[in-house]
Design a protein around this ligand. Structure first.
Ligand code: 4AD
Ligand code: MG
Length: 463
């Protein structure tokens, strides 16, 4: 907070620079003169008074221009100023219960810093999702997108702070890779000087290399999936928070996830309550999350689904329909563990007591949201790993370096990957993943993709 009462040395009349959040937090004494800068996001007039709703990135504030203070000419100018123009306003702060946020600014003087064109394409009326994706670069200014972006930022801050406090080291690995981590079907190929490379699906394999150097570690990076699934929860480019932990079995992993997710939920309930409420999420839903989360074995999940009449055979992966049904039964996150080998990637460790299932775990968000985390124990034995690579029809030559990790100091280890947008979608109660990220990349279309630079691609996407 930049406002510190008591540090003011000059005349109380001098307007001091403040952010809207300073004003809304109540740290500006009533009657103090402040100067704010921001965008005019809305306006209404009534009987010699113009209400300007200003936005500066930290919040939204009602600012009041009065004819008896500013005079006719200036008031008319403000009344005609196009929405999204940028203003510097000076005035005094007043607590007013009727004002959104409980405070308003009475304007003494103003300066226009930028006059917007009068044809701002986003109006108050309903716009369809396609139009809003096309105008995404402007739509991110909306209150809804602002709240989501703030929650997303606070979520990542909470995640990082938990990891940092628990001794995890942040590391980075290449985005351009040579081989699949999560199966060849969803790889995006890239021409790498005449050779084929791929956009990474997951940092995990590098994470497993890092643990023998820095120990417990994590990364936050984009992952890419050429998924044909046009569901409400699939992006082709998403942000992936991945964690890898040496000397950790499945039980230890579940405990880490329990505590990690609980910490994030509690932090959001505490520090993003207002934004969550605006989005329709009661912060109490997140404050209520407590470890340990319910644990359900895959076998039990299949039985539950079959009892509900859902078509699923043992051995198949859980589709979104399955997850939706399961996730409607819970009001807190819950684990599904011990997936069959057939439903999981090659690196998952088979359960020594029942080798047809793996020591894997997905964390599913409640209220029908479904999988937000995938993870488990990794195969640490060289021969078993080589056999699984071959069994999946992969070329061991592509995994030579990864196999090396089992030759030189291999240990029991586990890890997980959190889909950032999946978690944002759940905590913000969104009905589509596209709103969990500023500029979504979807199978069918991309937001704010330059129409002038990519006319062909754009035409294809529109068709
Ligand atoms: O379950 P996945 O495929 O697991 C992995 O990639 C592991 N290598 C992670 C690890 O153990 N380090 O993906 C992990 C998470 C999913 O649970 C989901 O939340 C998210 O990534 N995810 C997607 N999010 C948005 N769009 C997609 N197309 C996604 N695919 C996966
Ligand atoms: Mg998964």
């Amino acid at each position: 907070m930049r406002w510190k009462v008591g540090t003011l040395t000059r005349s109380e009349d001098r307007a001091l620079p403040a952010s809207i959040s300073d004003v809304l937090s109540g740290s500006v004494p009533e009657g103090r003169k402040v100067r704010i800068r921001g965008w005019l996001s809305n306006r209404r007039s009534s009987g010699g008074v113009v209400f300007l709703i200003m936005r500066d990135g930290t919040g939204w504030l009602q600012c009041v221009a009065r004819r008896d203070v500013l005079g006719d000419k200036k008031l008319d100018e403000l009344e005609k100023l196009p929405i999204e123009s940028v203003l510097e306003l000076e005035g005094s702060v007043r607590a007013d219960k009727r004002a959104p946020g409980g405070y308003e600014l009475s304007i003494d003087r103003y300066r226009i810093l930028s006059v917007a064109w009068p044809d701002y394409p986003i109006a108050k009326k309903y716009h369809g999702p396609d139009f809003l994706l096309e105008k995404r670069h402007l739509w991110i200014r909306s209150k809804k997108m602002w709240c989501i972006l703030i929650v997303r930022s606070k979520l990542l801050k909470a995640a990082r702070s938990w990891l940092d406090e628990h001794g995890y080291v942040e590391v980075q690995a290449p985005i351009l890779t040579a081989s699949a981590c999560e199966g060849g079907a969803t790889l995006f190929p890239v021409d790498y000087f005449g050779r084929k490379a791929y956009l990474t699906q997951s940092w995990q394999l590098y994470g497993e290399a890092f643990i023998a150097s820095v120990g417990k570690c994590y990364t936050l990076a984009p992952s890419f999936r050429a998924e044909k699934s046009r569901t409400r929860r699939h992006l082709t480019e998403y942000w992936h928070l991945e964690v890898e932990i040496p000397f950790c079995d499945l039980k230890c992993l579940l405990k880490v996830i329990d505590e990690f997710i609980t910490h994030i939920c509690h932090e959001l309930a505490d520090k993003a309550a207002e934004e969550l409420r605006t989005l329709g999420r009661d912060p109490a839903d997140l404050a209520r999350v407590e470890p340990p989360f319910p644990r359900l074995k895959y076998d039990e999940a299949v039985e539950m689904l079959q009892a509900e009449g859902v078509q699923i055979e043992w051995g198949e992966d859980l589709t979104w329909t399955c997850e939706k049904v399961l996730a409607s039964e819970f009001d807190v996150p819950f684990f599904v563990t011990h997936f069959p080998k057939t439903a999981k990637a090659f690196y998952h460790k088979p359960d020594p007591e029942r080798p047809e299932v793996t020591l894997s775990a997905d964390l599913l968000a409640p209220e029908g949201y479904g999988e937000i985390i995938g993870g488990g124990e990794r195969i640490d034995d060289y021969e078993t790993l080589l056999a699984r690579i071959r069994e999946e029809g992969l070329d061991p030559a592509d995994y030579e370096w990864y196999l090396d990790l089992r030759k030189y100091g291999s240990i029991q280890h586990s890890g997980f990957g959190l889909g950032v947008e999946r978690m944002v979608m759940w905590v913000c109660k969104l009905d589509h993943i596209r709103d969990a990220i500023a500029f979504p990349r979807l199978v069918r279309r991309r937001s704010s993709w330059s129409t002038t630079m990519m006319p062909m691609a754009y035409a294809l996407v529109r068709s």
